[in-house]
Design a protein around this ligand. Structure first.
Ligand code: GLN
Length: 244
């Protein structure tokens, strides 16, 4: 099947509340990298009060504790549906605060624990300092292997059970600054602390997500045609190993 007749649907979850440090750039990247290949996009923005419907890709950005509180209740009310979506191999990407809500809970400083939707076996507790700076981390499934981005969080995330790290930190802190893990993955649910935004500087991961979304929708594996990513990958390479 040529890429011309393909379609994927993308939901942007709570962009009015969770969209820190330009996380909207991740949606723009997914849309453009489909458009450049003639893959049709159905797009839906989900805000407080909206019922989340079936999509191929769900994206949620980061935010301060207060915005996370507002979103956590909405997400929790739709936990059963989102778990069914995970088990139908829908692709999820959560950045930082959004990632934290993919786990069982996020325990902020001096506030009530926020319930997560347990899409992955992980939990987050607020640390006593903020991790702020560039991150380079290495995957075992991408080419190039590296992921780069910018972190700004006090939450410390710990992975358990079948939830695996997205990558191993070589520069920066990642999940908790201790176990050298960055992000998490369970089935097609991905979380990362990398802002910046994440996908424009990691086009290979954006394509990986699009291929998974096409496989979920059409029931067969896809290898997308390569794009001219010189600018994106030059930017990526410039940041690899860069601390400040
Ligand atoms: N409020 C969360 C923390 O500080 C997430 C921050 C973010 O999304 N950048 O860990």
């Amino acid at each position: 099947m040529g890429e011309k007749n393909l379609k994927i649907s993308i939901a942007h979850l709570y962009p009015k509340l969770l969209n820190l440090y330009g996380d909207i750039g991740n949606i723009i990247t997914l849309k453009k990298r489909c458009e450049w290949r003639g893959i049709e996009i159905e797009f839906e923005e989900i805000n407080i009060g909206d019922k989340i419907k079936e999509h191929d890709i769900y994206f949620i950005g980061g935010g301060q504790d207060k915005q996370q509180e507002e979103v956590a209740d909405e997400l929790y009310r739709q936990k059963e549906f989102l778990t069914e979506e995970r088990d139908r191999n829908a692709v999820f990407l959560g950045i930082c605060g959004g990632y934290q809500l993919f786990g069982h809970y996020y325990q902020p400083h001096d506030k009530e624990k926020l319930k997560g939707i347990s899409l992955m076996d992980a939990y987050t507790i607020a640390g006593d300092k903020r991790f702020i700076g560039n991150v380079t981390a290495k995957t075992d499934f991408l080419s190039p292997e590296t992921l780069v981005g910018f972190e700004n969080h006090s939450g410390l995330t710990y992975l358990q059970g079948d939830t695996k790290p997205l990558a191993t930190v070589s520069v920066g802190n990642g999940n908790n600054g201790k176990d050298k893990t960055e992000g998490g993955r369970y089935k097609n649910v991905f979380g990362t602390y990398l802002h910046g935004s994440f996908l424009p500087k990691n086009p290979h991961f954006a394509d990986y997500m699009i291929e998974l979304a096409l496989e979920k929708r059409y029931g067969e594996k896809f290898q997308l045609e390569k794009l001219d990513d010189k600018l994106e990958l030059d930017t990526h390479t410039t940041l690899v190993g860069k601390a400040y």
